[in-house]
Design a protein around this ligand. Sequence first.
Ligand code: GLY
Ligand code: MN
Ligand code: MN
Length: 431
Amino acid sequence: MKYDAIDKSLFIENRSRFCNYLKPGSMAIFVSNDILPTNADGAMGFRQNSDLFYLTGVDQEDTILVIFPDAKDGRHKEVLFVKETSELIAIWEGAKLTKDGARQTSGIDHIYWHHEFEKIMRPFIYQAETIYLNSNEHTRRYIDTETAQDRFNKTMMAKYPLHRFERCAPIMQHIRSIKSMREIELIQQACDITEKGFRRLLSFVKPGVWEYEIEAELIHEFIRNRAGGFAYGPIIASGANACVLHYVDNNKECKDGDLLLLDVAAEYANYASDLTRCLPVNGKFSKRQKAIYDAVLRVHRAAAKQLVPGQTFEKYNKFVADIMTEELLQLGLLTSDEVKNQNPANPAMRKYFMHGTSHFLGLDVHDVGFFHEPMQAGMVFTVEPGIYVREEGIGVRIENNFLITTNGQQDLMKNIPIETEEIESLMNSGK
Ligand code: GLY
Ligand code: MN
Ligand code: MN
């Protein structure tokens, strides 16, 4: 791993939080992600299951965590199975965790090899009343690829059909949505690396630069600062491309007069950051670009102030829709008749601002958490309003990451230039 080792106290504390929600006599089992194939003998870069990482810190495949707080034999309250290392694996792939390394990483004393799972665990599974299995219950999940955990769940339910089964996901969604200080430091580190990448671009972007050259600058800066890479597919969209919300081709030349939308951020230690900024390719916002940009910035700032404990998403979204409507009227993009006659379930402003304002952020960029629950201190959200005017070839989004505190919110990206004047001045300072 490129990141510094994380103290195991984080994972010990996370397991203890999880155990508070288990029914008596229960066992919970978490499985690592697969290494996904490409073609021939190729494989994609490994990405750990976020829940398993949250509970153990183990960042490799073939890992199983068992939590059984009421185990009669104290040795089986927490058990971790990791991939057996061997001289052959060490030669070809580099060292995997030894048992001692797994202990150091996770704070779990009882470590076995992955292939011993069945033999070691069967007697203890019979002691458990209920088995909690994990699953991906993210509401925006749309990929049906069967995961290692899905396969494992099928096997467990077939082998132990008379046990009661419960879902880990609602517990994990809840506890992961409220970040500890250590997690916030890791997210801050991801934000700080993102800032370095963004600042590097301020002197790099100019007419004639290609979007993929910008992508290359960013990944260079991210990796040399120990990021795992991009936290999500980078969107580097010049001119009208900025109005394509999920533009990831990044293959056009940035032209004089274009506004460039950059939704680009680093991840650090599996924690994501999520930034969007817009730069004028020639170093100077046009009057119209600045008017739209400043409108989005006002919405961004007003929305961020609404992130406070007790706030509901229903009220928050309504607030943002109302101020965005006002800005679109001022910009001449909506008429008062359109607003007067709008369907409240699908307000007129949706024509220019078609996505959500905020999402949870953490181990996943669209992190887990419940939108129907009021906001709480420790939650981290993005704020990312945008205005996309396809007929003018201008798309603006401004996105920062905020921690909710006991009495308000803290901007984790407060040092990243955001005002048009500062952006222009930094873009032109080397000229
Ligand atoms: N970069 C993904 C998002 O803003 O939600
Ligand atoms: Mn976002
Ligand atoms: Mn984003």
